[in-house]
Design a protein around this ligand. Sequence first.
Ligand code: NAD
Length: 453
Amino acid sequence: MKAIISQQQVFFETGKTKSIDFRISQLITLRKALKEEEENLARAIYQDFKKSAFDNLSNELALLFIEIDTCIAKLSKWASPQKVATNLINFPGRSYILTEPLGVCLIIGAWNYPFQLCFAPAIAAMAAGNTVIIKPSELALNSSKAIKKLAETYFEPNYLTVVEGGVPETSALLAEKFDKIFFTGSTGVGRIVYEAAAKHLTPVTLELGGKSPAIVSQHCNLALSAKRIVWSKFLNAGQTCVAPDYVLVQTAIKEAFVKALIYEIEAQQIKIENGNYVQIVNHRNFERLIALLDPKKVVYGGKHNREERWIEPTLMTDVSKMDKIMEEEIFGPILPILSYQNLEEAIGLIKQLPKPLACYVFSENTTETEKISSEISFGGGTINEGIMHLTNHHLPFGGVGNSGFGSYHGEYGFKAFSHFKSILKKPSWFEPNLKYYPHSNWKVKLLRWVSKI
Ligand code: NAD
């Protein structure tokens, strides 16, 4: 680990990564690599949890191409010195902000979108002029190997490299000093990463999880809300950090809404046999999910296959906050449905839980949607839609409280991997003596006047 890091430190110190041309050329190389390796990546992710080539393209690679193209188009602007106003006390100075790469960056990925979660931060780090070490998740082992192979084929290890492994390897990496750590994963491991980073005062971005609610009001478009919730919940078999974890539906429409959900699950043909669905990543997670099923409350689905690690899209109704399924992030294809009478009650329930990564509201009533957006604290969300906010690179993507801190995507990613250096430039032809000793009454008067005291 030490050798890999010091190799990157030496390369960073040459200053080569600071050149905009170099950054753009490396982003173009990554674009080419992702295109040429598409089949290998698709094969690997299918081996890991049966994710289809279509899903690999639509919810892993497509987002990466957008990120790369945005960075290439905007990089010169983002990286240019930014002039800002100068205050009176510094007259006649000029002030500006320089962007500066941080140095050697460690990116630790989660397994559920293995390519997107490793490469999207890597793109941001490269655009900002850093060197990159990626540590993919060991739980998607074939994807991890494919990421390593891509890095070895297209990049010099002193600029971008991959360290594979699980807890021991990640712990060994975390013992070293980095200039930035970008972590995607669970809140529990996020704490470990934050603690390790604190020893070296390394800045971190933590992209964590949580229980993201979907609130379905009686003022919603019922059929469309059900369609969008079904897609966003069962995509990747619910193994999505921003998947609606649970639904809060207004009592008056509860039965009609459950029927609409069932209709949509069938209409969207979410089944492992036809490639519209994926496996649970491993047996540990499979057993954890099965233990959350309460057969008395399952109104749809619930069938599962231990050997093949799949669980049907499953709906549970009459769930309350006391149920086991409400204790932790589900991260699987089980959707608990709770009901509420009025919005205050729904907001109150959400506020009893840690701040979620996302929140979704389905309502055509603006007073309702505005109330939810302003009264509940969450990372980001959508109105009358699920999870799609993360596909808009003009929006920062990140959590708050237990769901993490810092953000990325588009310019926010560039900022996450940059230092903003403030510069005040003074000319030599003017030197007011105000700040210098000795004190005098006129200086006090002038200072009071300038500072409006
Ligand atoms: P995880 O926290 O178990 O693992 C994430 C990474 O940390 C992996 O690379 C793993 O090797 C490493 N790791 C695991 N245990 C460690 C330890 N003790 N010490 C050091 N490193 C360790 O998470 P996961 O199972 O891969 O992913 C699921 C979680 O990630 C869910 O909570 C989900 O919500 C969250 N997630 C968040 C986002 C986001 O963008 N906010 C995206 C995807 C997943």
